[in-house]
Ligand binder design. Sequence first.
Ligand code: ATP
Length: 368
Amino acid sequence: FAPWDDPDARPLIEFRGVTKRFGDFTAIDDLTLDIYEREFFALLGPSGCGKTTMMRILAGFETPSEGTIRLSGQDIGQVPPNRRAVNMMFQSYALFPHLSVWENIAFGLKREGQDKEAIEARVAEMLRLTRLEKFGARKPHQISGGQRQRVALARSLAKAPKLLLLDEPLGALDRKLREETQFELMDIQEKTGTTFVIVTHDQEEAMTVASRVAVMNEGRLVQVATPPVIYEQPNSTYVADFLGNVTIIEGRARRSEDGYTLDWAEGQPPLKVRSGLDVQEGARAFMAIRPEKVEIHRNRPEDDNVLRGKVIDIGYLGNLSTYHVEMPDGRIIRAQNFNTERDTRQPFTWDDEVWINWTAACGVLLES
Ligand code: ATP
């Protein structure tokens, strides 16, 4: 499933040069983006970067200051929210407290004037889809938080929108329930074939559920790609740092026989890096390396990049440990080890002198 790679695929949503200003503040800045049918698309970025504004534009609660937005090829810039095949599910769920689960789900269908049988069939289908068959008669205060979340989802899918917008849909759930519900959400999205656009603060959640992730900063798209590409091939230190742990080392790029190396510290070997870039000789550049790609050893290993340092901090997470290894110039490189039983190495401790190593292909060269 990769319609974004298919030149013949028609996008469901097309943003073209969309800008949104509030007074002289630009919340969305010249944004161009396609989202495809059946996608589970995640918007990720720090608070205030414009995620909610993008959703509100899609829903029709805001009109762009500039640019066009199309849904199934139709310009929807002037189409009011209730006339768009778009629904939005809010973090608060906004369920009617005095109505039963069944009535909450039926609400939009009744307002549309659908006949009784059709409504009954559709609500039953939605209850089945969200595993709420037994709870139809209950009021929202008589069910759990996770069940309320599913009622909100059932209600927003009842009218079969082409596009469902989910603003922090799992924000109110505790971590464990959140993880379970992510898989449920993916399952429901796949079964209904509805395009989902989700806003989340939680990068792991975005990586888990999304077909593609858009990383935003100050109203702009920094990178739009599948989760593995965003994680393994970030286009900037901003994206590398936003998703997961990373060590970023600044230096000067040098061309070598098979790519680039990075000069980064006096008396240290240049780092061999992977690069898809065309970087000028001697230009300022950065290398991003994930801690799980860095191995830690007592004895000197063989590898592309081998450095000597001292353990100054240890984070024990049960299944794995994170080590902060200080280099002679004071820079810190993070290494992560899985604490498997098969691992016969002695665990490392504070002040241990260690070797760390990683292969050239794991270090990504970046220009900014
Ligand atoms: P959060 O994750 O905190 O919800 P966000 O990425 O969703 O943040 P938005 O709510 O889209 O951010 O806001 C983007 C920027 O636009 C913010 O700086 C916000 O203050 C500003 N903004 C949003 N709505 C308005 C408005 N109606 N009037 C003025 N400024 C606004």
